[in-house]
Design a protein around this ligand. Structure first.
Ligand SMILES: NC(=O)c1ccc[n+]([C@@H]2O[C@H](COP(=O)([O-])OP(=O)(O)OC[C@H]3O[C@@H](n4cnc5c(N)ncnc54)[C@H](OP(=O)(O)O)[C@@H]3O)[C@@H](O)[C@H]2O)c1
Length: 298
């Protein structure tokens, strides 16, 4: 049996797995594709293949393990069928001791630019966020019924090496004028790894944390900062009224929500000290512009 199982071992999960291995713990990652298996094998991380979209039995005993659930919901519908299947799989493979779930800040819906903490009511607007809240609620019920511990992380946009919208900027896709642009919140992947490990080690059972660097900017300022740091030209700026004709439906859905995330609970209750509290510091690392080798996970 592994000490730690990472369900959905992709961009974040692989970095998390490396850190646990460095600490001498046994860790395995669960993915659904052959490509995912090969990616983990190349990184020296034991890999299991299991697709939560299917109702197949889970490939390993889970009783007493510590589990990260990083598998996103399906792309359609208002329920997270994947989490439903996972809870059914626990009934057959054994209940984990503790589960940390990666949710998103979309569960708060549009907050019209307000500063929000974890007590802000959840009012998801778009189906993708309704599915996230469905996952949270299913897991809360499961935790209460089974006595397994649960921690929920509501995570802002993840960025880091290989996770920047450089291609979008190269294509010159327009951005909304700064004065009309909604707020966006972010977290560097290395800091998110630190938060995930702290949540597993010492968060109280049932806790919820917003995970962001605490320095929101408008979405347009985020893209422009990346363009400047990467030496790319600024895309044209358009009004919100012009946007539906020029931007994708997915981008329009992100533009319809604005909130500023407080990370006070994360810092004060979990004792997290962020390595990249501002975008400027995080971008320098993500783009390989740091002046010294940092020994990071890039
Ligand atoms: N990107 C963001 O800004 C952001 C913000 C907040 C929260 N999140 C959430 O945080 C989590 C981790 O993010 P990430 O960037 O590391 O995600 P990622 O790189 O896309 O990795 C997701 C992993 O989940 C696996 N997976 C997907 N569907 C599956 C299924 N049906 N059954 C089993 N495994 C499945 C994938 O397997 P394969 O490798 O085989 O495809 C992949 O390993 C995700 O849930 C993501 O939605 C992301």
């Amino acid at each position: 049996m592994y000490d730690i199982l990472i369900l959905g071992c992709g961009y974040l999960g692989l970095r998390l797995a490396r850190h646990y291995q460095e600490q001498g713990l046994s860790v395995a990652g669960v993915v659904r594709s052959q490509t995912g298996i090969e990616r983990l094998s190349q990184a020296g991380i034991p890999a299991l293949r299991h697709d939560l979209a299917a109702a197949d039995p889970f490939p390993r005993a889970l009783a007493g393990t510590r589990v990260f659930h990083l598998i996103p919901p399906p792309d359609t519908g208002r329920e997270d069928i994947h989490t439903r299947q996972l809870i059914a799989a626990f009934a057959q493979a054994g209940q984990p001791r503790r589960l940390v779930y990666l949710s998103t800040t979309g569960v708060y819906g549009d907050c019209q630019g307000a500063w929000i903490d974890e007590d802000w009511p959840t009012r998801p607007v778009h189906d993708r966020s309704v599915r996230r809240l469905d996952a949270e609620e299913r897991l809360r019920r499961w935790s209460q019924e089974q006595g397994s511990e649960l921690v929920i992380l509501r995570v802002a946009g993840i960025y880091g090496p290989g996770r920047l919208p450089l291609e979008r900027l190269r294509q010159g896709i327009p951005l909304i004028r700064v004065e009309e642009s909604p707020y966006s919140n972010r977290i560097h992947v290395d800091d998110l790894v630190t938060v995930c490990m702290a949540a597993m080690e010492r968060a109280p059972n049932g806790a919820i944390y917003n995970v962001s660097d605490g320095h929101p900017t408008s979405m347009t300022e985020y893209f422009l900062a990346i363009a400047d740091a990467a030496g790319l030209p600024h895309p044209p700026l358009i009004s919100m009224a012009e946007a539906p004709a020029q931007l994708s439906a997915a981008m329009m859905s992100y533009l319809s929500e604005s909130r500023r995330l407080s990370n006070r609970r994360l810092r004060e209750e979990l004792g997290i000290e962020l390595r990249y509290p501002t975008l400027a510091e995080g971008l320098a690392q993500a783009l390989g512009l740091e002046t010294q080798a940092d020994g990071g996970m890039a």
